[in-house]
Design a binder for this molecule. Structure first.
Ligand code: NDP
Length: 308
């Protein structure tokens, strides 16, 4: 029986692990087969305090992980497939292996949304991507598009101009959700063209992407736009499937945590805490995820002290 199991290893889970390990709670971090969370598929992070020149997501996560390991956190690179959270002993399964703990910290984050148009899945990895950092390199000298109007879409479009000759940003409204500084950068980039009030109704191509079928939502006019890459950047869905039926979850799938100031990461089950993007639909920043990971470790520590 362990004191704490942390499920998920992005900024929230790794910060929780650092705090729990320094608190002598010897956490086991079940980090999943894609550890590091969404920062692994972002470009330069310019807004994480302490890194004046910026740092890449994978570098930042490697540092978090090494810091947690230094204080004795143990890591298991595997996916959790089942949990039983009720009662004093929390049960977590990885395949047939059962792990038990007195407290659980959930930091499973969120995953990229897809458009759901007919040929998107078929052409995934054949010109369709949800990760500019991973796949941008393959589009050297090509014409591509980024779908979405948020900060991620702007950041990815800018990043992709390092490789592509031309990047269209296709957004379903006239107004962009992204912050002004990101929009200004996009507008100043001569390789980027905005196509607004427009949705992608399908992706064209047999073996590889050859274009997108667009519809202007104001005029209903349809247009085929030839291009070779489609980067989907339309937000995220929290990874909470494992917990449905056990934890209170809102209508968008985010875990509900308490508003009580003394335990902001507590869920509806005693001894189960949630932090980071899995419970935050609003801020969704590495630094806020980290902060809530710290709070989760402290909340878990208080819970364990009371149980002792
Ligand atoms: P957002 O939820 O902010 O934006 C998603 C975008 O996708 C919106 O423009 C939305 O349109 C559009 N969209 C959603 N669903 C669909 C759909 N089915 N079809 C077409 N378009 C769709 O997500 P982001 O990933 O951009 O950003 C997440 C958070 O991370 C934000 O808080 C952001 O500020 C932050 N961030 C900060 C960065 C930085 O500071 N450097 C970099 C990257 C992200 P609509 O606007 O109409 O809803």
């Amino acid at each position: 029986m362990r004191k704490i199991i942390v499920i998920g290893a992005g900024p929230a889970g790794l910060t929780a692990a650092i705090y729990a390990a320094r608190g002598n709670l010897s956490p086991l971090v079940i980090e999943g087969y894609q550890p590091g969370g969404q920062l692994m598929i972002t470009t330069e992070i310019e807004n994480y305090p302490g890194f004046k020149e910026g740092i890449t997501g994978p570098d930042l996560m490697a540092q978090f992980r090494a810091q947690a390991e230094r204080f004795g956190a143990e890591f298991l690179t595997a996916d959790v497939n089942k949990v039983e959270l009720a009662g004093d002993t929390k049960k977590v399964w990885v395949g047939d292996d059962l792990y038990e703990a007195q407290a659980i910290i959930i930091s499973t984050g969120a995953s990229a949304n897809l458009l759901g148009v007919p040929n998107e899945s078929r052409l995934m990895g054949r010109g369709v991507s949800a990760c500019a950092t991973c796949d941008g390199f393959f589009f050297r000298g090509k014409t591509i598009c980024v779908v979405g109007g948020g900060d991620t879409a702007m950041e990815e479009a800018n990043f992709l101009t390092r490789f592509a000759n031309k990047v269209y940003i296709i957004h379903r409204r006239q107004g962009l959700r992204a912050s002004k500084i990101m929009v200004d950068r996009v507008r100043q980039n001569p390789k980027i063209e905005l196509i607004l009030d427009t949705v992608v109704v399908d992706i064209l191509g047999t073996e590889l992407v050859e274009g997108v079928k667009l519809k202007n939502v104001q005029t209903n006019e349809m247009q085929d736009l030839p291009l070779e890459g489609v980067f989907v950047s339309i937000g995220h869905t929290p990874n909470t499937k494992l917990f449905v039926g056990q934890l209170d979850i809102d209508d968008k799938g985010y875990i509900l945590t308490k508003t009580d100031k003394s335990q902001v990461t507590a869920t509806n089950i005693a001894g189960v805490f949630a932090c980071g993007d899995v419970q935050d639909s609003h801020y969704r920043q590495a630094i806020t995820a980290s902060g809530s990971g710290c709070a989760a470790a402290l909340d878990a520590q208080h819970y364990l002290e009371k149980m002792a």
